[in-house]
Ligand binder design. Structure first.
Ligand code: AMP
Ligand code: ZN
Length: 138
């Protein structure tokens, strides 16, 4: 088994596990972006969110919702940024889906999700919405 998060799920390599259930496991990121930085992973291997079954997605986000508050409270944070690098083009370095829960403080200087992106021309949202609806019905 070469996938590092499959090995964490299987107990083959150590991790600071904070919660687990039948479908997902939550453990501390080994290089935390902030105190209390948790990763939540599905037990079943999948590289991207869209490769997961609906049941595994439900289990994954149920555990994310369960852990987010306690992770924030444990370190005295004011909020959390929750996100997924979904695919190699996004900077995903471990090809096993993982949801980052990163505790945040008002003055931590990290910015919002919007700060990841530069302003620039965009296609009309009506055109893009139609394209997505077509893709969904395909
Ligand atoms: P990403 O860039 O979204 O793929 O994030 C991968 C994350 O996994 C990084 O924040 C790493 O610090 C973290 N990471 C990698 N290996 C381990 C490990 N064995 N235990 C805990 N966290 C890990
Ligand atoms: Zn895996």
């Amino acid at each position: 088994m070469s996938c590092i998060f499959c090995r964490v799920v299987g107990g083959e390599i150590p991790a600071e596990i904070v919660a687990a259930d039948a479908g997902a496991v939550a453990f501390l990121d080994v290089h935390p972006l902030a105190d209390g930085h948790v990763l939540v992973v599905p037990r079943a291997h999948a590289a991207t969110l869209e490769a997961m079954s609906s049941a595994d997605v439900a289990a994954l986000f149920t555990l994310v919702a369960r852990v987010a508050g306690p992770a924030r409270q444990a370190v005295g944070a004011a909020g959390t940024t929750i996100g997924i690098n979904n695919g190699p083009a996004t900077g995903q370095t471990v090809p096993h889906v993982h949801v980052h829960i990163v505790p945040r403080w008002p003055d931590d200087g990290a910015g919002s999700v919007h700060s990841l992106f530069r302003a620039g021309p965009r296609r009309p949202i009506g055109e893009v919405g139609a394209a997505i609806r077509t893709a969904l019905s395909g």
